[in-house]
Design a protein around this ligand. Structure first.
Ligand code: PLP
Length: 382
């Protein structure tokens, strides 16, 4: 064996894998058991006791995710939001958290509807501007939350720069790296403390399983507290879902390669179209976060947003005229999706009304571009 550490592509295939010692099966065994035999005085026999506390499929997924992110430990959860909640609710009451101004709408709702009742205050800030981040710090700020690239405006935050600010303040830095996946970006290597993923998206990869994860730089007190809380509050990932997510992880590198290629082709096409006012994709050189993304990401991902000159009507007309892109929420699956985010954000939408978010799937880029071209021809913004 060479001393060279395995590349992420190799880790994705092999981390937490290997023939089952009992049968030689290459696919991991799936244990659905909720309970595991123990000794008369509760002595553990094979390491497990009760599924909510931990189970073999969840453990295998966690060790693979920790290896891919370069972390010391990982915790899997039933959904991405359970992972977010698992971390934020581990903060002591009276904590203040900085959140990004552009972020997944569920995080914003959590900050508005749930966290105040727990004594956790939040301030939304432009995380792409280190001065603004510094100015928003308070003596009680215990956590900085970054989402990069962000949902849905694809803002790119310099992880190392915000990590330095967090460290200088004695606060933690957590990064939602869902859009990037563990393949394209590894925030712990840029000095973040925790990485969060909605595994529902690219890791699952087929729009048929939910899950979330936190990966920790250190297996210390924070990890222990969040693990204890997950055990008691039941955010554990079901074994079959862990098994499906681990299977998804094995092909993540190949899928991400194709997602990125397709998204770049679609972004270039849209950027040259007269009905489009802006394409938000970090892979385009005129994107304000392009240089940072090029530095901290291996590629630019499969997500992009597009803003239409004709405003909301043009956006809705385009969403309605597309055939290959399905109108649906979520992202990261094999099929291309489109969504008018402002329409699904409830009474007080924050996404621009002229914006459509695209999850660029694994179809052929020529077909996706032909679909967009045809649908744009009927856009009232032309
Ligand atoms: N983070 C981001 C960036 C997301 O897009 C989502 C869901 O869309 C979540 C977190 C929440 O994940 P889940 O839906 O798995 O709970």
């Amino acid at each position: 064996m060479s001393a060279r550490p395995p590349a992420p592509e190799t880790l994705a295939v092999h981390a937490g894998a290997g023939p089952d010692p009992a049968t030689g099966a290459l696919a991991p065994p799936l244990h659905l058991a909720t309970t595991f035999r123990h000794g008369p005085a509760g002595e553990r026999i094979a390491g497990y006791q009760y599924q909510r506390e931990g189970n073999p499929a969840q453990d295998a997924l966690e060790s693979a995710l920790a290896a891919l992110e370069g972390g010391a430990a990982a915790l899997a959860f039933a959904t991405g939001m359970a992972a977010v909640d698992g971390l934020l609710q581990s903060l002591p009451p009276g904590s203040h958290v900085l959140l990004p101004r552009d972020c997944y709408t569920g995080l914003r709702a959590l900050a508005r509807d749930v966290l105040p009742g727990l004594g956790i205050g939040t301030t939304a800030v432009d995380m792409t501007d280190p001065e603004a981040v510094r100015a928003a710090l308070r003596p009680d700020t215990r956590l900085l939350w970054v989402e990069t690239p962000s949902n849905p405006c694809l803002e790119v935050t310099d992880i190392a720069a915000v990590a330095a600010i967090a460290r200088g303040h004695g606060a933690l830095l957590a990064v939602d790296s869902t859009f990037a996946t563990p393949l394209l970006q590894q925030p712990l290597r840029l000095d973040a403390d925790v990485v969060m993923h909605s595994l529902t998206k690219y890791v699952g990869g087929h729009s048929d399983v939910m899950g979330g994860a936190l990966v920790f730089a250190a297996a210390g007190d924070l990890h222990a507290r969040v693990a204890h809380r997950r055990h008691l509050t039941g955010g554990t990932l079901a074994p079959f879902n862990a098994w499906l997510l681990l299977r998804g992880l094995r092909s993540l590198p190949a899928r991400m390669h194709w997602h990125c290629r397709n998204a770049m082709a679609v972004a270039r096409f849209l950027a040259g179209h007269p009905a489009v006012s802006r394409v938000l994709y970090p892979g385009l050189p005129d994107h304000p976060g392009h240089a940072t993304a090029a530095r901290q990401m291996r590629d630019f991902g499969g997500m992009l947003s597009v803003r239409l000159r004709g405003g909301r009507d043009a956006a809705l007309a385009l969403a309605g005229a597309l055939r290959l892109f399905t109108n649906a929420t979520s992202l990261g699956g094999t099929e291309s999706l489109v969504e008018h985010r402002a329409s699904i954000e409830g009474d007080a939408p924050v996404s621009p009304a002229d914006l459509l978010r695209l999850s660029v799937g694994l179809e052929h880029a020529d077909d996706l571009i032909a679909d967009l071209d045809h649908a744009l021809a009927s856009s009232p913004g032309r």
